[in-house]
Unconditional design. Sequence first.
Length: 237
Amino acid sequence: MFLKRIQLQHDQIPSFQSYPFSIPSIKSLHQLDIKSNVTFFVGENGAGKSTLLEAVADKCEFNTAGGGRNNYYEVDASESALGDYIRLSWLPKVTNGFFLRAESFFHFASHVDTVEAADSYGSRSLHEQSHGESFLSLFLNRFKGKAIYLLDEPEAALSPQRQLTFLKILRDLDVSRESQFIISTHSPILLGYPDATILSFDNGHIKEIEYEMTDPYQITSYFLQNREKFLKDIFDD
């Protein structure tokens, strides 16, 4: 494990009334200790998990539109407003890694086509593969060596079966002790990864919770066990 701690430098923030400092979970953040090789950020949309993950990517000098240190291209609204106000503590520090931003992956794939050989990603352009195939090609071919990987909702392109495939890839990299992952997700499948730390951004602060206490697990579990009642309650509301 390389990244040990994330700190928000409160004394340097001009105002907590403006975004992203007005997000409750960010406003209440002082120090966040990273305890596991695999850490999940979980919470409702707008809770701040992707905002903090993007800030970590910015501080790692990864392209906040998606990519690593050497992937230079621009996407609108890819700048991190929070990155200048956090401090990362490492032991040891690594400079290799990747920031996966699902919403702008198309632009990363276009960038790869212009600067890298196609055979780096399974002998085909990422654009010639399905969305799910291209994600798995990235994981299988780009993720290696001592590195930190920051993934924002990787399940966006993965079917349930391919999410299980991703868990196997994650496991292989985790047991090598050379890779660290911080993953923002809504997926109850990904959150089920063993021995991971799950940090919830809900209710205005960041706290560690158990898998069975996450909303993705509880809502999915209840729906599968009580589908007809669940849908009736929603439709009759």
